[in-house]
Design a protein around this ligand. Structure first.
Ligand code: 5AD
Ligand code: SF4
Length: 453
């Protein structure tokens, strides 16, 4: 991850009123953390922004004539191999005639109205992606995986991770991933199946499919189909996947949780906040109600589903009422586990420049309240398994002689007395005690229980 990007040149020209001059400064501020330094001439600039004024028709025509000149510079730069210039039209002309500008002057890459300047980093990243440009620091993912395929994996255990997807197109306003990891990319199904077969042949019984937006997996027919193909591999008994975005939770994937016994009943589905106002400012693309409805549909397919989430407290502008809405969402969903974060400013992301940054002490206090609630839920979830007999995949020897450690379908660690020769097998364990992080039980005599459907 490049923390200090190489300097790039930004040329901004303002037309019209003082408001536009102020806005131009704000645009330069938003782009500075991405490495853009302002320059006083458009020729040679990486980005040219014309911040326009619509008051008089003459002003609009001036913009078109300026665009004609800049287009020539852009073409000359491309020809001389001096780089690709991005041309943006901002301001009131952009607002009034967005599509018309792109039609009249095809060299314009993006048009952005005065209400959307905080989205500049996202729009510029999208423009670069559309051109097929890659992040300088990054391999193309397909090349990286081809190179990695030369080195056989030695998992050395009964569980393994398997990357199926990389990158992110969601542009949550707090997050650097879309800028550092690039756009969503899915590994071809056949490559994944080949790697999974090799893992199974080495004794792997459980794979966790990885991706920044794993449920946006776009290979062949999506993640549900991929999980089905993996479940056919002899020896692979359990499939998990993480991290999922609420917007990409397809109905066939939800249904698969009710139909495929290999698909484990644990889902990491980050919500970040329970306040619609904050969710909008985060650019999450879903409301609190949409998330809660989604959870209802998931539990409709798989009633015992264990849910997990990420939360951010103290996002810019978060009020006590917004935070209360997060607590309320947590009470409604009832999580089995969670990861919580205090908002931290990441240079180059839109939220870093938002007004209303929240005081550290307030963040600390909210984090403590949220953690207390989530801890209680985690303990309650674990305790609810006492008395049940769960199928446990035995993973490794325990800390004490004669003890082994495995995992329940719900990703809980389970300690019990048994021979190490059981490592790699799924055995029935009667749960007798629960703590915050783990369960304890005894090997049951019952015939191997099927994974609960
Ligand atoms: N500040 C705090 N938490 C963040 N996360 C991502 N970016 C930030 C940030 N700037 C958290 C989100 C995400 C998880 C992986 O990290 O909750 O889901
Ligand atoms: Fe993408 Fe997740 Fe970051 Fe949002 S938080 S931009 S979905 S990686």
């Amino acid at each position: 991850m490049a923390e200090t990007p190489a300097p790039k040149k930004l040329f901004i020209k303002s037309y019209g009123c003082q408001m536009n001059v102020y806005d131009s400064e704000r645009m330069a501020d938003v782009l500075a953390p991405l490495g853009y330094v302002t320059t006083d001439q458009p020729d040679g600039a990486d980005i040219v922004i014309l911040n326009t004024c619509h008051i008089r028709e003459k002003a609009t025509e001036k913009v078109y004539s300026e665009l004609g000149k800049i287009r020539e510079m852009k073409e000359a730069m491309a020809q001389d191999g001096r780089g690709a210039m991005t041309i943006a039209v901002a301001g009131c002309v952009a607002q009034a005639e967005g599509a018309e500008i792109m039609r009249r002057q095809s060299a314009v890459d993006l048009v952005i109205g005065p209400q959307a300047y905080h989205q500049l980093p996202e729009l510029i990243a999208r423009t670069h992606r559309a051109r097929g440009e890659r992040l300088a620091a990054d391999f193309a993912p397909e090349e990286k995986f081809d190179a990695l395929a030369q080195t056989p994996r030695r998992p050395g255990g009964v569980t393994a991770f398997l990357t199926v997807q990389e990158g992110c197109d969601k542009f949550c306003t707090f997050c650097v991933v879309p800028y550092t990891r690039g756009g969503e990319w899915s590994r071809p199904v056949e490559d994944i199946l080949t790697e999974a077969r090799a893992l199974a042949a080495q004794g792997v019984r459980e794979v966790t499919l990885l991706g920044q937006n794993v449920n946006a997996y776009a290979g062949e027919h999506g993640l549900a189909n991929l999980a089905g193909r993996l479940a056919e591999i002899p020896g692979l008994e359990r499939i998990r996947y993480t991290t999922s975005h609420p917007r990409d939770m397809a109905e066939d994937l939800i249904a698969a949780h009710g139909e495929m016994s290999a698909l484990m009943p644990y889902l990491h589905l980050p919500v970040q906040s329970g306040s619609d106002r904050i969710l909008r400012a985060m650019n999450r693309g879903h409301s609190a109600k949409a998330y809660i409805d989604l959870v209802g549909r998931i539990r409709g397919a798989r009633p015992d589903m264990a849910l997990s989430s990420d939360f951010i407290v103290g996002f810019p502008g978060e009020t006590e009422a917004d935070f209360e809405a997060t607590l309320e969402l947590v009470r409604q969903v009832e999580y089995a586990s969670a990861f919580t974060f205090k908002y931290s400013r990441r240079p180059g992301t839109p939220a870093a420049t938002l007004a209303g940054q929240v005081d550290e002490a307030v963040k600390d206090e909210r984090l403590a309240r949220l953690n207390a609630l989530l801890d209680n839920q985690q303990r309650a979830f674990n305790a609810s398994k006492i008395g049940q007999t769960l199928p446990v995949l035995v993973e490794r020897p325990g800390r004490h002689p004669g003890q082994v450690i495995g995992r329940s379908p719900y990703l809980q660690s389970v300690h019990f007395e048994a021979a190490e020769s059981l490592i790699g097998q799924i055995v029935p364990v009667r749960i007798e005690a629960a703590a915050k992080m783990s369960l304890a039980g005894v090997l049951s005599n019952a015939a191997a229980v099927p994974e609960p459907a």
